[in-house]
Design a protein around this ligand. Structure first.
Ligand code: ADP
Length: 352
């Protein structure tokens, strides 16, 4: 289950991890829509609880009773410093996820709403959480720390990194293509959100996102790397709320192109601004790749995943071309498999 601000996306897996069904509630709080696999219909979804009730109802209509479910496994964006592995959601873990709300206000609140709604609808159903930050728990302190003094109450102001569920799935899936896992692997998750990860011997040692998913690469609507001084100027001129909306929702590919956050739309456009947005994306991906390569002391392979990474040969080739100074190295494309990774982690936990 992946619960966001206006959508709840679910996938149902058999015990052998075969995907059986996909149910998605979108437009929660507005014009609601419920889709079951490829069939969609409008639905009255005023809030998360209504959306979950509609999802469970759709399950029952497909012959899957709540009793038949073994667990609900949630994607949780932020696990902070303490939640660094998939875990059963106990009252203490729920509290720890709530404690991370200030770290990821746009995400963790919605995960909690879904967790609470499931607990109300099916109190006996075990719930688990997998964290997007967890894969990066291996990042060394020097890469984790910002160069700030110790400030009381702000010890959690550090680099966490995200897309960890996708990177964990990639590390698992890649050897099917590459034989053994490359020692120094540059992993590129390029979707609406985008990041790079330096994976040394299967473990994250550096990543381009930091305290929040705002930093690093140019993204669909997020600015990526931006000088803190520029952010302070924005806050002074626009105020904190408008700055937050600008950096999260109106920057990145959308801001540069003034057309769309969607890479496919930009690739199909002949607008000069769309070209600039694509060039910006590839230039900064390759520049930040240099930083990841330095963190690993070299490069043995590159792997792409995410909607752009999987589907756009043009973007992959442009980035690879800009890394040709590294010499020859193999490169791979891996389908993002976050849902099955969450199900796999939950199954391992429940079987333990
Ligand atoms: P999210 O981060 O929301 O999960 P995805 O991983 O689905 O996003 O990636 C969405 C991005 O992938 C969009 O920018 C979309 O345009 C891009 N994309 C999907 N297919 C293609 C394609 N064939 N060519 C270029 N970009 C594509």
């Amino acid at each position: 289950m992946n619960a966001g601000s206006s959508s709840i996306k679910t996938a149902l897996f058999d015990d052998d991890l075969t995907e059986v069904l996909r149910i998605e509630a979108t437009g929660i709080g507005g014009t609601g829509h419920l889709s079951v696999d490829t069939c969609g219909q409008d639905a009255n979804l005023p809030d998360n609880a209504a959306a979950l009730a509609a999802i469970f109802n759709a399950l029952v209509q497909r012959g899957v009773t709540l009793k038949a479910l073994r667990a609900v496994a949630h994607r949780v964006v932020h696990g902070g410093t303490t939640l660094t592995a998939t875990t059963r959601i106990t009252p203490d873990v729920r509290q720890a996820i709530a404690d991370c709300v200030p770290l990821a206000p746009l995400h963790n609140l919605h995960h909690l709403a879904a967790i609470d709604a499931v607990a109300t609808l099916a109190p006996d159903l075990p719930q688990c959480a997998s964290f997007d930050t967890a894969f990066h728990a291996t990042i060394p302190d020097i890469a984790r720390r910002y160069a700030l003094p110790d400030i009381p109450g702000l010890a959690d102001l550090q680099r966490y990194g995200f897309h960890g569920i996708s990177y964990a799935a990639l590390v698992r899936a890649l050897p099917q293509q590459s034989g053994t896992l490359p020692k120094r692997l540059l992993a590129c998750h390029l979707g609406n959100g985008a990041s790079l990860c330096a994976i040394l011997d299967g473990q994250s040692v550096a990543t381009t996102m930091g305290y929040s998913p705002l930093s690093g690469l140019t993204m669909g609507t997020r600015a990526g790397e931006i000088d803190a001084g520029a952010v302070l100027r924005l806050v002074r001129q626009l105020g904190p709320d408008q700055t937050e909306r600008l950096l999260h929702n109106h920057a990145g590919l959308l801001g540069l192109s003034n057309l769309s956050p969607d890479m496919r739309t930009l690739e199909n456009s002949d607008s000069p601004k769309a070209r600039i947005a694509i060039d910006h994306f590839c230039y900064w991906a390759s520049r930040q790749a240099g930083s990841m390569i330095a963190a690993m002391g070299g490069l043995d392979a590159v792997a792409f995943t995410g909607g752009i990474g999987e589907n756009s040969a043009m973007i992959r080739n442009t980035i690879l071309d800009k890394l040709s100074w590294m010499g020859n190295f193999p490169h791979y494309t891996v389908k993002a498999q976050e849902e099955v990774q969450i199900a796999r982690d939950a199954r391992a936990l429940l079987n333990a």
